[in-house]
Design a binder for this molecule. Structure first.
Ligand SMILES: [Zn+2]
Length: 93
């Protein structure tokens, strides 16, 4: 399905969903039932889900304004690997 845009002279733009390639030249306005001619618009491309778009926005924003480090990392304990019970059964040296 694609969304096609029609313009009623009295009621403005109308969105009509129809299978791709089957859009008629005019569509009846749901308010006044007059023939509204089709308006050619850029295709409404989708970039996926909202989380995918947010990821793309964050990735794009780091190109312009990357995160700046203001100080070196603190010297605490080095990070340790999470405990894995399978490793506890291995022989010790
Ligand atoms: Zn109308």
């Amino acid at each position: 399905m694609a969304v096609y845009v029609y313009r009623c002279a009295e009621h403005g733009l109308l969105d009509v969903a129809a299978p791709i390639g089957t859009a008629p030249d005019t569509s009846p306005c749901p308010h006044c039932d007059s023939a509204a001619p089709r308006v050619f618009t850029p295709p409404g491309l989708s970039l996926g889900s909202a989380s995918h778009r947010a990821l793309l926005d964050r990735t794009e924003s780091t190109a312009d304004t990357p995160a700046v480090v203001s100080r070196p990392p603190s010297r605490g304990r080095p990070p340790t690997a999470p405990h894995n019970p399978a490793l506890a059964r291995l022989p010790r040296p």
